[in-house]
Design a protein around this ligand. Sequence first.
Ligand SMILES: [Zn+2]
Length: 418
Amino acid sequence: MKQLYALLLCGSLSLCVFDLHAQTIAVKAGHVIKPATGEVLDQQILLIKDGLIAGIQEASEPFTADTLIDLSDSWLSPGLMDCHVHLTSNMSYRHFDYLQRYAQESNAFRALRGVQNAKLLLHGGFTAVKEIGNDGDYATADLIKAIRMGWVEGPHIQYAGKIIAPFGGQTSNVAPLSGAHWQREYLDADTQDEIRKAIRKNIYYGANTIKLVTGDQRYFYSEEDIAAAVQEAQMAGIKVAVHAGGGAPAKNAILGGAASIEHGFFLDKDLLQLMKEKGTVLVGTDFYTTNLHAYGADSLQMNTLYNSIRDRLKMAYELGVEMAFGTDVIIDIEGKNRLESNLEILKTWKEAGIPPMHILKCMTTNAAALLGVTEQYGAIKENLMADLVAYKDSPLEDIENIKSVHFVMKGGTIVRND
Ligand SMILES: [Zn+2]
């Protein structure tokens, strides 16, 4: 029956990669972290069957299993989630230039970069990500298929397709003779009909979430435009994320019913309060100084922007705004890979004074709620997918200890155990 349930569950999830085990795996965990409640349970046994968590019990109680994985010295958490990634994107170090990738990178090359980054993130403990656009001509749709076929390793991927924005996407000052090259990654949509059409196009090509950008041009979306997008997406059962810095574009997005504000570096107290009232999630993509430096910021720009990001993060936390972890890195730090560059962002969370348990909650519980997957994964709970990560050192002592990951399981399949 459980196997049938697993098959049915898998059939309902277009992105799920499922490895059906006939056998029972017992995972013996020294400390099980439950970010949803803030609890830590010591010496537990998790029984994994058919890719799901079939049971949780005290290690002292009897159990039967075909295989035992001994993590009795480790800290176990639900699989981590990153709600804002660009797996197929990278630009040259300290050279932020959209045109470079359009001129020099094929769609196949973009997908291959995605293969590399998907594996890095999964092995780093991120069992689910939200891929939020800038992926060429739907390169991630192919990456998702390859992961599903078992050709390559990667996390569960929720996928936005092309970014929907007013004319010009996020570019500026492109000479007319150069053509509208941004359309390789953006759908120009200036009216509500165009927004609705763009959403349908994305869904057709594989999207199961939607991303709008507003505020990067002098013309930006009205509250009614956002509401039209939210309504159109809702008809397909999916959510709308809106990239906005702050001010009127962000206010329109919040009032229009966006599920999340991405970045929001310049959100003030009133807008954060409004987000709290409306239940809008902040995916703050809180760049650390090293990330900003990699993007080409000089030291004055870097410090000014960093202070603003950190202070906004602190204020959002203190006001009780719902937050989900997101990174947004599209330029790796010199000498660091994508995972390492992403994890620099934890330093911002630390410097904003946010407790490690709350950061883990933003990386699991809150992220799962935003992704709308709480019935499938995101917690260590019976009948959810066995997406598990174990660390040698306690992430509750220092959140950067998630870098001590040595065991990852996704959907009951062991990704690494070292
Ligand atoms: Zn982004």
